[in-house]
Design a protein around this ligand. Structure first.
Ligand code: GDP
Ligand code: MG
Length: 163
């Protein structure tokens, strides 16, 4: 059984772009994966020596009470439950948001292996500009650019090496 990676984060941080980068397709459905639903996107990924299944999610609002956000939170929680490792994607350009803090709190409580990916970091350095993400309390941060394909290999290594 291949290990499973879930991509989690608030809307618009670049989860789907990362999914496409990892799977090299727009929409690679893995038909034989148990629990497949229309609401989560499953893809096959191969990066370096790791072969895995990646789950894209719609977005996350862990405290949402109703409507689309409640459904998104449910989908995301199911994806996280199915995953061996979670990639928590944040927006390096936007900085830390209240929603990021909510998601971080949820993931810390869950205690599942999690790596933090600061996306849209093309042309940025892992210096002071990104240091604020450490306040999320999820350990080492990986500056990546899903759109430009930067930092992807080391993110994947960091996700799977400890497993
Ligand atoms: P999602 O809602 O988290 O799935 O985010 P999307 O993958 O749909 O991306 C949201 C927006 O961010 C789109 O306009 C993307 O083109 C843009 N985006 C994604 N990755 C990057 C990146 O690495 N750098 C920059 N500058 N923009 C990005
Ligand atoms: Mg998306």
């Amino acid at each position: 059984m291949k290990p499973v990676m879930a991509l989690v984060g608030r809307p618009n941080v670049g989860k789907s772009t990362l999914f496409n980068r990892l799977t090299k397709t727009r929409d690679a459905i893995v038909a034989d994966f148990a629990g497949l639903t229309r609401d989560r996107h499953y893809g096959n990924a191969k990066q370096g020596r790791y072969e895995f299944i990646v789950i894209d999610t719609g977005g996350f609002e862990p405290t949402a009470e109703s409507g689309i956000y409640k459904e998104m939170a449910k989908q995301t929680k199911q994806a996280v439950a199915e995953a061996d490792v979670v990639v928590f994607v944040v927006d390096a350009r936007a900085g830390v948001s209240a929603q990021d803090h909510d998601i971080a709190k949820y993931l810390r409580k869950l205690g599942k292996p999690t790596v933090l990916a600061a996306n849209k970091a093309e042309g940025m350095h892992e210096g002071p500009q990104l240091a604020e993400f450490y306040e999320l309390g999820l350990g080492e941060m990986h500056a990546i650019s899903a759109a430009h394909g930067e930092g992807i290999r080391s993110l994947v290594d960091a996700a799977f090496e400890p497993l």
